[in-house]
Design a protein around this ligand. Structure first.
Ligand code: FES
Length: 88
């Protein structure tokens, strides 16, 4: 079964634009999918300093960057990663 690892930026810009809510959502996803979703908060990924602050918050799902993350888009990305083969 696939494992999915999620990194959520919890730097200031991302945190205030929803990063905290995303961390909570991952907890719920992990429960829903039997512990197959791991998550870590990351210091600023540096993207907000590259003129992309309007695309915050940022997250990575198995290393794939997602911009302007919402609970819904994060859930969709995690479910897609869980359904992909070849990651364990
Ligand atoms: S705070 Fe998230 S990329 Fe900088």
């Amino acid at each position: 079964m696939n494992q999915v690892h999620v990194t959520i930026c919890v730097g200031t810009a991302c945190y205030v634009l929803g990063g905290a809510e995303l961390l909570g959502a991952i907890d719920e996803l992990n429960h829903s999918y039997g512990g197959r979703v791991s998550c870590e908060g990351s210091p600023c990924l540096g993207l907000c300093k590259l003129g992309r602050e309007n695309r915050a918050p940022f997250a990575k799902v198995n290393g794939r960057l997602i911009e302007a993350v919402t609970v819904e888009s994060l859930k969709k990305a995690v479910e897609e990663a869980l359904s992909e083969g070849g990651n364990g």
